[in-house]
Design a protein around this ligand. Structure first.
Ligand SMILES: Cc1ncc(COP(=O)(O)O)c(C=O)c1O
Length: 507
C-alpha cells in the first residue's frame, strides 16, 4: 500500500508501504500477537494514529516485523473486535472513524502506565492510582439497538428552536459581557429566575444571594466538598448511591459512612452521632433505588443535622419529574436551622451538555461558596446563563417542563407494561418519579450482571448497579437490582428492547 499524503511524526515512515513504529521483543513473556495488539492500540490512544488513518495490510506488517502473517491477522482481529480498527472490503484496514472521546478517556485511564507521569510524589501517586482504579468514563454503548441507560434525557426533546432564538438575541446585544469576567456566583438574572422557580416548585424560599450557578451537580459536589471536607471528615452516604459524588468526597480525604436505604430512602434511624459530618442524600428520588423520603424522615434527618452540627447535601437531580401525587417540599424548604445545601441541575430537564446547575446554600455560607467558586473556575460561561435566564423568564421553561413530564410519564407506563407483559408480574419500584425505575429480579432469574451481559449480547442495554454508576455496599442488592432508564426511548423502542431482552433470557 503506497500512501503519499499521510504523514505523522513518530509513528509512520513514508514512501513505500505504510510502516508502523512497532518493535517486538522476542524475549518478552507476552506473545508477539499481544505485543502487536498493545502497540497499535497505544498508537491510537496516544493519537499517533487517528480515526480513518489507514493501516498496513497484514501481509505488509508481517514482512515489516518478520513474523508470520497469522500472528498479525490475530492481532488485527482483536483490535477489530474491541472497536479500534475496521475494514472496508476491497479498500483496506483503517483506524475506527468514531472512537468516542469518552471511550478513549476510559481506555487511557485503564492502560496508561504510571511511568508516563514523571515520578509522582507519594501523595500524587495515591491520587493517580485512585483515578486509575475507579471507572469514571461511561462505556461506549452506541452499538446497542436499544439502550435503557439511566440519567439521560431525550435529546430529541431539547427545545432547540426557542433556545436558538434566545442565544441569538443575547449575542446580538452582548456588548462586552461575553468577554468580561463576571460575578463568580453567576448571572444575577439567572439566580433570580431560579429563586422565583424554586419557591412554588420545591418550596424553597431563597434570595438570589444564596444561589451559586455551577457546572451541573458534579461541579456542585466539588464546590461543596472543597469547603466542607477535610481529610478525616465523615461523609455519610446512602447505600447504594451515586458514585460521582462519593468519589469526590473520598478523593478529598473523607471517611465514608454508608447508611442503608429501604423503599422510602435513607434509614434515618441508622444515622451515626458524628459531629460535623456531611450527609449526602437524594430524598426526592433515591439514587438509584428510587424511593421518596416521607415527611417524617425528612424532619428526623433535619433534626439529626442540627444536633450533630452536620450539613446535609441534598441532591435533587431529577425532581422535575414526579408522576404520582404532588412533589414533596424539598428538605431545603423545611430547613429552618440552615443545615441544608441544595443542588439542582438543568442536566435532566434540558440536557447535560449545557453543564448548568445551581447550589442553594445557607446564608452564612454564601460568601465562602462564592469565593471558592472564584478559586475553582471564576464562574460559568455567560451566554448559556443568559439564555437560560431568558428561557425561564419568558415562560418557555414552564411549558417545556409540562411537555416533557407528560412525554416521560407515557414512556414510563410503556416500560412497566412491556416488562409485565414479557416477564409476568415484575417487582418494580422507584417508578413514581424520575427518569429510571428499578426491576428487582426474583431468584429464578440470573443475577443483574448476567442479565445485563445477556442483554448486551442481544443489543439491549440494561444496567446493573455497578454499570449504572451506583456505589453499592450490599452484595444482595447489587445482585438483584436492575436499573432501566426510560425517558430517552420512544414507546416503540421500549417495546422492541424489552421483547429482545425477553428473547435473550429465554435462550
Ligand atoms: C444522582 C445524580 N446526581 C447528580 C448527577 C450529575 O448531574 P450533572 O450532570 O448535573 O452533573 C447525576 C447524573 O446522572 C445523578 O444521577
Amino acid at each position: 500500500m503506497t500512501i503519499s499524503t499521510y504523514v505523522r511524526s513518530g509513528s509512520i515512515v513514508r514512501n513505500g508501504p505504510l510502516q508502523l513504529s512497532i518493535s517486538l521483543d522476542h524475549s518478552e513473556n507476552e506473545t508477539l500477537q499481544v505485543q502487536i495488539f498493545n502497540q497499535i492500540r497505544d498508537l491510537i490512544l496516544n493519537s499517533h494514529l487517528r480515526g480513518k488513518d489507514p493501516l498496513p495490510t497484514t501481509r505488509e506488517l508481517s514482512i515489516q516485523l518478520s513474523v508470520s502473517r497469522n500472528t498479525v491477522i490475530l492481532a488485527y482481529e482483536r483490535l477489530m473486535s474491541e472497536g479500534y480498527i475496521c475494514t472496508k472490503p476491497n479498500v483496506g484496514t483503517f483506524v475506527s472513524p468514531d472512537l468516542p472521546d469518552a471511550a478513549l478517556l476510559s481506555l487511557r485511564l485503564d492502560h496508561e502506565p504510571l511511568s508516563n507521569f514523571s515520578k509522582p510524589s507519594p501523595q500524587i501517586k495515591e491520587n493517580l492510582d485512585y483515578f486509575r482504579t475507579h471507572q469514571l468514563a461511561k462505556p461506549d454503548r452506541r452499538h446497542l439497538a436499544v439502550d435503557f441507560w439511566v440519567g439521560r434525557p431525550d435529546p430529541r426533546s431539547f427545545p432547540q428552536k426557542a433556545w436558538a432564538q434566545f442565544v441569538k438575541n443575547r449575542l446580538r446585544n452582548a456588548g462586552n459581557q461575553l468577554t468580561s469576567y463576571s460575578d463568580p456566583a453567576g448571572l444575577l438574572e439567572l439566580r433570580q429566575a431560579i429563586a422565583k422557580h424554586l419557591a412554588p416548585a420545591r418550596g424553597i424560599i431563597a434570595d438570589a444571594d444564596q444561589i451559586i450557578i455551577v457546572g451541573g451537580c458534579q461541579d456542585g459536589f466539588n464546590l461543596t466538598s472543597r469547603l466542607l471536607i477535610k481529610p478525616g471528615t465523615t461523609a455519610i452516604v446512602e447505600s447504594p448511591c451515586y458514585q460521582g459524588a462519593v468519589f469526590v468526597f473520598e478523593n478529598l480525604g473523607a471517611t465514608l459512612y454508608p447508611v442503608s436505604v429501604d423503599r422510602e430512602g435513607i434509614k434515618v434511624e441508622e444515622l451515626p452521632a458524628i459531629k460535623g459530618a456531611l450527609a449526602y442524600v437524594t430524598p426526592s428520588h433515591q439514587y438509584p433505588t428510587g424511593g421518596t423520603l416521607g415527611l417524617q424522615r425528612r424532619i428526623q434527618l433535619l433534626s439529626w443535622a442540627t444536633q450533630q452540627e452536620a450539613y446535609i447535601l441534598e441532591d435533587d437531580y431529577d425532581s422535575d419529574f414526579r408522576f404520582v401525587g404532588s412533589p414533596l417540599t424539598a428538605l431545603k424548604g423545611l430547613d429552618s436551622h440552615e443545615r441544608v445545601i441544595y443542588l439542582g441541575t438543568f442536566s435532566k430537564c434540558m440536557g447535560p451538555g449545557l453543564r448548568l446547575g445551581y447550589v442553594v446554600v445557607p446564608r452564612r455560607l454564601a460568601d465562602s461558596f462564592r469565593r471558592m467558586k472564584m478559586l475553582m473556575n471564576n464562574g460559568q460561561g455567560w451566554l448559556e446563563q443568559a439564555a437560560m435566564a431568558d428561557f425561564m423568564n419568558s415562560g418557555e421553561f414552564g411549558r417545556h417542563l409540562r411537555r416533557i413530564r407528560h412525554l416521560y410519564r407515557v414512556r414510563r407506563d410503556a416500560l412497566i407494561s412491556a416488562l409485565n407483559r414479557h416477564f409476568g408480574n415484575c417487582e418494580i419500584y422507584g417508578d413514581q418519579a424520575g427518569m429510571h425505575l428499578i426491576w428487582k429480579l426474583n431468584k429464578s432469574y440470573p443475577t443483574a450482571k448476567e442479565v445485563e451481559a445477556k442483554g448486551l449480547n442481544a443489543g439491549v442495554g440494561v444496567c446493573s448497579l455497578a454499570t449504572g454508576s451506583a456505589l453499592c455496599f450490599s452484595a444482595e442488592e447489587e445482585e438483584r437490582l436492575l436499573m432501566l432508564g426510560f425517558v430517552a426511548l420512544t414507546e416503540e423502542e421500549i417495546e422492541d428492547g424489552i421483547a429482545r431482552l425477553a428473547n435473550a433470557l429465554r435462550k
